[in-house]
Design a protein around this ligand. Structure first.
Ligand code: FE2
Length: 133
């Protein structure tokens, strides 16, 4: 049984798929079951910054960047996407990145509290819950 917003990866071809509506079946790619990805939730790599970092710009707009110290964005090592999911699971938004771009997304809707997650092409999936006081 899958769950909404789970990510599954094929270790053979690299397909990465997201569940939008959960079902009972097993996800299979290249003839074998896909692996459910589990997000890292704490910085674990020295000198790297992977956790989503929320801040407000000069105009007071809320943004999420990877990370507090910006993650590398070179062709060999970069952030592939950032996804924000509102706490109630009703709104989600994904922004994809190419090398050399700034791994940053702004909030155009009031998400309330939300989960921010990102995928690094080398170090995988990371997530952080963003709560407003
Ligand atoms: Fe990385």
């Amino acid at each position: 049984m899958t769950e909404k917003f789970q990510l599954y990866k094929c270790e053979i071809c690299g397909n990465l798929v997201e569940v939008l509506i959960a079902g009972a079946g097993e996800l299979v790619c290249c003839g074998q079951p896909m692996n459910l990805l589990t997000a890292h939730t704490e910085e674990e790599i020295k000198g790297e910054s992977h956790l989503p970092f929320m801040f407000h710009n000069e105009e007071g707009k809320e943004l999420v960047r990877i990370g507090e110290k910006i993650h590398p964005m070179i062709p060999e090592h970069y952030i592939q996407f950032i996804k924000l999911i509102s706490e109630n699971g009703k709104i989600s938004v994904t922004k994809f990145f190419e090398p050399e771009e700034v791994p940053e997304i702004s909030l155009n809707e009031d998400f309330g509290d939300y989960i921010a997650r990102e995928n690094c092409n080398i170090h995988g999936l990371w997530s952080k819950v963003i709560k407003h006081e």
